[in-house]
Design a protein around this ligand. Structure first.
Ligand code: GLU
Length: 310
């Protein structure tokens, strides 16, 4: 299904595990600018499925920080913690079509499997699921995880910034988790179900998520959902040259005064390769960047054809 220009719908989907920082503002600003440059709708979705790590206070703080920047959701914020039944019905349909299966392996079972296999593994390959439970037909019940059957598919996709991409999902991650053994819904499932439910046409988010895209494309295909146009934005690196993140102690965005907020937006715009705004307030700066964004990124009107080669 081809999203059409007139119904552009984009989103910013933070996980409320802490405040916005300079890195997450880049993704927020880019997705907002792209929506405005397409005269589209911009939504904020709170990805609070990982309930032990998320908090309402952090979510409210993020919304206040966004609001200080002038980035306001065009529709009410969708909270993933309220979407249990939508996720349950998506996994039921995957179970019905034999695209998902119950799994009793723990992380250490998987690591032990690879240690015993004698296979020479690349970085992170000891977390690739080897498919141990794929043919066991275990009854899905509390305490077991649910995995998506990936197969030997190479997913090809086009990123507006990164260009042509491909991933052999089976070799890179293997059958991935849809529901964790502790009962929490996995990000991959929730994001796919909600992007479709919200009618999203364009996904603009940080480059750290680019390698999740092929998994999400496979899930979209299995659930009969439309595909989107993707753009992954540059990351802000910390002193150790690692991506700035809450885990490595990124500073909360300082939005205590309009001047500080404008400074933060200017820094995010620089990362996005946009010119400095000669503006005294956030609203004028944003209006300036919408035009600059339009010149920098041609309008993306329809999804690239997706190829999956088995
Ligand atoms: N909730 C994810 C995060 O904060 C982003 C999800 C997405 O944009 O697809 O990293």
């Amino acid at each position: 299904m081809k999203p059409s220009f007139s119904r552009y719908r984009g989103r910013f989907a933070p996980s409320p595990t802490g405040p916005l920082h300079a890195g997450s503002l880049v993704a927020a600003l880019a997705s907002w600018l792209d929506a405005r440059a397409h005269q589209g709708t911009w939504l904020v979705r709170m990805e609070d499925v990982d309930t032990p790590r998320c908090s309402r206070a952090a979510a409210q703080n993020i919304l206040a920080q966004l609001s200080a920047c002038g980035l306001l959701s065009d529709e009410p914020v969708l909270w993933q913690s309220s979407r249990e039944s939508a996720y349950a019905s998506a996994v039921q349909s995957l179970l019905n079509t034999n695209a998902a299966y119950a799994c009793r392996c723990s992380r250490s079972d998987i690591a032990r499997y690879w240690a015993a296999s004698g296979t020479t593994l690349g970085r992170h390959q000891d977390t690739v699921y080897p498919g141990t439970c794929r043919h066991l037909h275990l009854q899905f019940q509390p305490g077991l995880a649910l995995r998506f059957k990936v197969g030997q598919t190479v997913v090809h996709w086009q990123d507006r910034r990164l260009g042509a991409q491909q991933q052999h999902v089976g070799a890179s991650v293997g059958d991935f988790v849809l529901k964790r053994s502790d009962g929490l819904w996995a990000y991959q499932l929730a994001v796919v179900v909600d992007d479709a439910a919200q009618g999203i046409t364009h996904v603009v988010r940080g480059e750290d998520l680019a390698d999740n895209t092929p998994r999400q494309i496979l899930l979209q295909q299995a659930l009969g959902l439309p595909s989107y146009i993707y753009m992954h934005t540059p990351l802000v690196l910390g002193e150790n040259a690692e991506k700035l993140s809450k885990q490595n102690g990124a500073q909360s965005l300082d939005t205590r005064t309009p001047e500080l907020t404008l400074q933060a937006l200017n820094a995010a715009a620089r990362v996005l390769d946009l010119p400095a705004a000669q503006a005294d307030d956030c609203a004028s700066a944003l209006a300036f960047w919408v035009n600059a964004w339009r010149e920098r990124w041609p309008q993306a009107q329809s999804a690239q054809p997706l190829n999956s080669t088995p």
